[in-house]
Design a protein around this ligand. Structure first.
Ligand code: NIG
Ligand code: FE
Length: 494
């Protein structure tokens, strides 16, 4: 399909686009050829799609619970050329070949109730034939004509560090001149620089900056994100960061966050790893637990930067284990700059997700697949650090459910999931279907959000992106300036 938009197809079809691409690697244990540089030509990488009708799928999706006649609904998205629901069978996540299958309803409408949840996706005439649906302005609060447009689920950003003070544009210049991430880190820059500035910043400043960043993020289609602490590295500042994130979630801002404690992001320069690990366990975590009890802080996940020369294995395990005992999901940085057997560590501890994985080894991929540990891949990191990207193709072919995150932080200053999907396709050889699955249902599931988010199925929130093109793939294809017409959270425009 070229740049010209396809004419709207008159009858409804539920389909997946099975896009042929490069041959898949045979198995986890086969030689990896998947971190080679990007294909020279996009023509070879993204051939024209074929369309397979999924006859096993119903022509529409409708809430199972009966809807009372005369119910008033919040919003009706009418006659979109495509509504990409991603899933249509209640899948909790997708892995392997299923990642390349997305459910698409053509010439379809989507109805959201007053609780912000999807009631129906399918042809308008089928909806209008339902006795409980009265199609008039007293029964539909907002009606949005989506003719010539397409709809995808709101993006779920699986990995961000959005609370920080100061920027690191000067380090960007150093990196462009050849400095590595670890050079800068060891010289006290990088995380250390941001820690200094974040310690000095007030709750008010951090909160105001966070809200501004979330405003930008939501405009780019992200309707839910993971967000970490980790620029405090002392009790007061780690609690302050978590307090700011929690305050954000209590605010009216529509972009809500899954909050992650990352006290183990780095070792402060005046402490040893052993002493700092002890401080995390004996001081920081107990202080956070007290703040949770008073309601000023909420924590969903625990993270550690598990990396050679930063947090080693024993210390990483001790911190993650303590978090797990408190009911926090384990979601950690692993195998970014060195192979650290992160899959084995994750499997032993019962991790939900591991981020980065640029250096992941075959055996660890197998353990991740076997234990359904999500690989949260961050294409901006490899891009900005000019390192080899993670072996996304091999992870997918091995059966690891792959998710995507922006890694928004002062090192990788990107909050655009459309851009992240584009990088995932071009630099990591994912198909557009796989990138969308990774940025929606899989990233939602990596954060235990799959019951509410990540696909446009009845019962889930009406969190969606309206794309100003009848072919949804333009959200990935039109790099740098994605054609977003509007973003909705729970059926309300944001
Ligand atoms: O995920 N690698 C560790 N943490 C971040 C970077 C944080 C920073 O450099 O400020 C990441 O890329
Ligand atoms: Fe990170």
């Amino acid at each position: 399909m070229g740049e010209q938009s396809p004419a709207p197809i008159p009858t409804l079809a539920v389909r997946t686009s099975a896009i042929p691409h490069q041959p898949r690697s045979a198995a986890c244990s086969s030689p990896a050829d998947l971190i080679s540089p990007p294909a020279a030509s996009n023509d070879q990488h993204q051939p024209a799609p074929t369309t397979t009708k999924m006859t096993a799928l119903p022509p529409y999706l409708m809430a199972a619970n009966p809807v009372a006649s005369g119910t008033v609904f919040r919003s009706l998205f009418r006659n979109a050329a495509q509504i990409v629901t991603v899933c249509a069978r209640g899948e909790t996540h997708k892995s392997g070949a299923a990642m390349d299958q997305v459910a698409i309803f053509e010439n379809a409408s989507l109805l959201v109730d007053q609780a912000g949840r999807i009631v129906y996706v399918g042809p308008l005439d089928t909806l209008e034939a339902q006795p409980w649906f009265l199609h008039d302005s007293t029964h539909v609060e907002f009606e949005i004509d989506c003719t010539g447009q397409s709809i995808v689920p709101g993006f779920v950003d699986g990995h961000t560090h959005p609370v920080f003070a100061g920027d690191r544009v000067h380090e960007f210049a150093l990196k462009l001149a050849g400095a590595t991430y670890l050079d800068i880190h060891k010289a006290g820059g990088g995380i250390g620089f941001t820690v200094q500035h974040t310690r000095a910043a007030s709750d008010e400043t951090l909160f105001a900056d966070l809200q501004k960043r979330m405003d930008r993020m939501i405009k780019l289609g992200t309707t839910f994100a993971e967000a970490k602490s980790g620029y405090g590295l002392d009790t007061a500042t780690e609690v302050k960061m978590l307090r700011v994130l929690t305050r954000h979630n209590k605010s009216h801002h529509a972009l809500k966050l899954s909050i992650t404690y990352l006290g183990g992001h780095s070792v402060p320069k005046d402490k040893t790893l052993a002493a700092y690990t002890q401080e995390i366990i004996d001081e920081q975590i107990p202080a956070i637990v007290r703040a949770v009890e008073t309601g000023t802080v909420h924590v969903d996940n625990i993270d550690v930067f598990y990396e050679k020369g930063v947090f080693e294995r024993a210390e990483t395990e001790a911190v993650l284990r303590r978090g797990k005992e408190l009911g926090w999901a384990i979601n950690f940085h692993g195998d970014e700059l060195h192979a650290m057997a992160s899959g084995e560590v994750g499997a032993q501890l019962g991790a939900r997700a591991i981020s980065h994985l640029e250096e992941v080894q075959d055996r660890d991929m197998e353990m991740m697949a076997k234990n359904t540990i999500f690989a949260t891949l961050l294409p901006t990191t490899a891009y900005v650090l000019r390192i080899a990207p993670p072996p996304a193709r091999k992870l997918i072919d091995c059966g690891v459910p792959v998710a995507l995150g922006s890694d928004f932080n002062p090192n990788a200053h990107c909050m655009s999931m459309p851009h992240v999907m584009n990088l995932a396709c071009v630099n990591m050889k994912m198909t557009m279907n796989e990138a969308l699955v990774a940025a929606t249902i899989n990233s939602a599931a990596s954060l235990h959000q799959e019951a509410d988010r990540g696909s446009l199925e009845p019962g889930k929130f009406g969190d969606l992106v309206v794309i100003d093109n009848p072919d949804w793939r333009h959200i990935i294809y039109q790099m740098a300036d994605p054609p977003i017409a509007a973003v909705y959270v729970q059926g309300t425009r944001v």
